[in-house]
Design a protein around this ligand. Structure first.
Ligand SMILES: Cc1ncc(COP(=O)(O)O)c(C=O)c1O
Length: 383
């Protein structure tokens, strides 16, 4: 059989993306401006379509990353030094890192074996007087147990900041992710389901939180100052908060506008890949992802569990197939382990999952020939 080269991820870029970017370049406006406003509007309409929320409580605020969005979401809900925030250990470090920006404590929670999501049944025992928020991470695109998490948040008066870096588009009991928590943060990093290179978006139903994030993504300036260099704009502004430089650019937003147009089509392509993997691995040594009946995943990741993860990933690499591991649990990273004195024994499920999981290629441009090649190789080497 001919050897193929199949990267773990390949962005799906067409003439449409190139035309949108050219449009921005030709417009003479490169940084945050009209294209970003259009992207925010279309994103808001997409996420809130079908939502019962009133039109005047639907907001989307763009950023240069999901990390920036998470940071300013926590700032918007008032996180302060010494607060505690509960999040799963099975996440990218950004979810924990933003908590440390405040001198707050990332309180790690173990995960569920079946979904690799935060184990909602273990959250309550971690709540103290200092707990202020929960950050559920919709791992791989599958929504967390939002009913249970919302009930706890209500009982203990906690904010919910959703890390939806993987969850565009995903649904929980018919509700689109982005419409449930206080603030939901999406990522448009190069490998994500909507990719702009770097970028992020926060959605919220709170005008207060949205305005706070808008202000603080641009130096804490009092009003829309992005257009202060246009003929219509004004040079005058006031700084009313200790803000950051977290805005995106029109070039990135141009990619976002084009990608959002095909977001449902790209999902169908990933569903096709996931279905092919599910079918092919039935009855083999490969454990396939379990998606609960009441939720729909974006299929950002397709994570299998095997007994020989390291060997399998090496063999696949030799055959030209890129894979990845999501994630090295936060409590295993030296900085977090040593600074917060996490005890590995507190996270038995995350430790077990970490030893066995491997993410396979899943993206719209994966051809059927490539898909069969990956399937055959995985079946050959998995134990
Ligand atoms: C779960 C999770 N949260 C947050 C992030 C951070 O996203 P960004 O790179 O857009 O800052 C990532 C990125 O990979 C992620 O996987």
């Amino acid at each position: 059989m001919q050897k193929l080269q199949i990267p773990f991820h390949r962005p799906y870029i067409t003439q449409d993306e190139k035309d949108e970017v050219l449009d921005s370049l030709n417009s003479g406006w490169l940084t945050m401006g009209p294209k970003t406003i259009e992207f925010e509007k279309r994103f808001r309409e997409y996420v809130f379509a079908g939502s019962a929320k009133a039109a005047n409580s639907q907001f989307a605020v763009s950023f240069n990353s999901a990390t920036a969005a998470l940071h300013l979401a926590l700032k918007a809900v008032g996180i302060k030094f010494g607060d505690e925030i509960i999040l799963p250990t099975n996440t990218f470090v950004a979810t924990a890192e933003v908590v440390t920006y405040f001198g707050a404590m990332p309180v790690l929670c173990d995960i569920e074996e079946e979904t690799h999501n935060i184990d909602a049944s273990k959250i309550e025992s971690l709540i103290t007087k200092k707990t202020k928020a929960i950050i559920p991470v919709h791992f791989g695109g599958q929504p967390c147990d939002m009913d249970e998490i919302c009930t706890l948040a209500k009982r203990y008066k906690l904010n919910i900041i959703e890390d939806a870096a993987h969850a565009l588009p995903s649904r929980y009991k018919g509700r689109t992710i982005g419409t449930i928590g206080d603030v939901t943060c999406f990522s448009f990093y190069a490998t994500k389901t909507l990719a702009t290179g770097e970028g992020g978006m926060a959605t919220s139903s709170s005008k207060e939180f949205a305005e706070n994030m808008k202000r603080n993504r641009l130096h804490g300036i009092s009003r829309d100052a992005w257009n202060r260099y246009t003929v219509k704009g004004s040079w005058y502004y006031e700084v009313v908060d200790n803000g950051y430089k977290y805005n995106t650019t029109d070039i990135n937003s141009a990619l976002g506008v084009a990608q959002l147009r095909k977001i449902d089509w790209m999902l169908e392509k990933r569903q096709h890949v996931a279905h092919a993997y599910d079918t092919a691995f039935k009855g083999t040594a490969v454990n396939t992802p379990l998606i609960r009946n009441d939720r729909e995943t974006s299929w950002h990741l397709y994570v299998i569990n095997v007994n020989n993860r390291d060997e399998l990933s090496e063999r696949l690499k030799e055959d030209g197939i890129g894979t990845s591991v999501h994630f090295i649990p936060v409590h295993k990273h030296p900085y977090y382990r040593d600074t917060y004195r996490y005890c590995g024994d507190d996270f038995p499920v995350a430790n077990r999952v970490f030893e066995r999981s491997l993410s396979l290629p899943i993206y719209p441009g994966l051809t059927d020939e490539e898909l069969s090649y990956v399937i055959n190789a995985v079946k050959k080497y998995a134990k």
